[in-house]
Design a protein around this ligand. Structure first.
Ligand code: NCD
Length: 361
């Protein structure tokens, strides 16, 4: 059985196939109207959401299935202290597939280890958000014709912006993609993506603070919200919250066919006046998310995915520990100390990908 926890769970060909399927679903939704008849999707949302949860639910309903779940963790047994692992094990008795969002990094992965149905990561803390990436890739493909040979700029909160991490991970599978990282010093891309993905795949990238200076070279501009809920220091948030605002004047420095994306919700990163510009693709992106989520549900519930045996390269170690206080391994009871080796042989926590620390004897 396969789950979808992080982008590398799928090959490039599988991502391309999902986009082909999503295009067909978008063109002929009636063909798929009964594809999930009798199947149930459980949405377990331990963090707020509008687009992700509702598009998952709409996707399953449009496939002829039904949905159950919660959007407020205080109404679930998590508030009584139930572990993530027990929650997904139990929900597996009631649903055929689970979509889970959680504030702790690695929580959906932990859930997938005890679930007996496929688990989809709908966002885990500041780590990753692979189904948003499906929406992003499909939008880039539809708007630019291909995901290859593009210069993609990421602007804003690259440190806590989980959608940025997953999209960079996906772009590393495509040909000749250049990345421009636009952020304040405090919100630079974390090491597990900079070293673990960009450098490990030999991608061309540069870091800058200036949006204006970068705009003329970008084929895609990916704006992000400064993630207030992830800051430990509120004063730092207040200082950084208005770092970048895309106005029409600034957008005029960009190419005529630059595609402007944003996972949404926006706070004030994109002026409302930009919405009418043909380069603004973020509302289409939200719609595209539903088509890709329909394709994903169909894939994970297919006979082939349900019968597949997973091949995970993680290993147990008592000699290492995870340094990330926001990792699920810090709170989940009796969790196994699993680690992975990245392409450069660095040892990382298998749950949140932060570099592991070797214990002193
Ligand atoms: C994003 C998220 O939750 O990470 N939203 C979404 O799922 N579309 C981005 C954000 O909250 O800023």
């Amino acid at each position: 059985m396969r789950s979808f926890i992080d982008i590398p769970d799928f090959s490039k060909d599988e991502l391309l196939d999902l986009m082909v399927l999503a295009e067909d679903i978008a063109q002929s939704p009636e063909k798929y109207a009964e594809s999930c008849k009798g199947k149930k999707l459980a949405t377990l949302f331990f963090e707020p959401s509008t687009r992700t949860r509702l598009s998952f639910e709409a996707a399953m309903l449009e496939l002829g299935g039904s949905v159950l779940g919660f959007s407020d963790p205080d109404s679930s047994s998590a508030s009584k202290g139930e572990s993530v692992s027990d929650t997904t094990r139990i929900v597996s008795c009631y649903a055929d597939i689970i979509a889970m969002r959680h504030p702790l990094e690695g929580a959906p992965f932990v859930g997938s280890l005890s679930a007996t149905v496929p688990v989809i990561n709908a966002g885990d803390g500041g780590h990753c958000h692979p189904t948003q990436t499906l929406a992003d890739l499909f939008t880039i493909k539809r708007e630019k014709g291909s995901v290859d040979n593009l210069t993609v700029g990421f602007c804003g909160d690259l440190r806590y912006g989980r959608t940025v991490h997953s999209l960079i991970s996906a772009l590393s599978m495509f040909e000749n993609v250049k990345v421009v990282l636009i952020s304040p010093e405090e919100l630079r891309l974390p090491e597990f993506i900079r070293k673990g993905v960009l450098e490990a795949h030999g991608m061309t990238y540069r870091e800058t603070r200036s949006l204006e200076e970068s705009l003329p070279e970008l084929d895609v501009l990916y704006m992000t919200r400064i993630q207030r809920e992830r800051f430990d220091d509120v004063t730092m948030y207040e200082r950084l919250k208005d770092s970048y605002v895309l106005t029409l004047e600034k957008l005029n420095l960009a190419k005529r066919d630059t595609c402007v994306l944003h996972p949404l919700p926006r706070v004030n990163e994109i002026s409302v006046k930009v919405d009418a510009d043909p380069r603004a693709c973020y509302f289409k992106q939200a719609e595209n998310g539903k088509y890709m989520r329909k394709a994903l549900i169909l894939k994970l519930l297919s006979k082939e995915s349900l019968s597949s045996t997973e091949n995970n390269e993680m290993f147990e170690s008592e000699k290492h520990y995870c340094a990330n206080p926001k990792c699920i391994s810090k709170t989940e009871q009796e969790i196994t100390n699993y680690f992975i080796k990245d392409k450069k042989d660095n040892i990382r926590c298998a749950y949140c990908e932060v570099g592991a620390i070797e214990k002193e004897d």
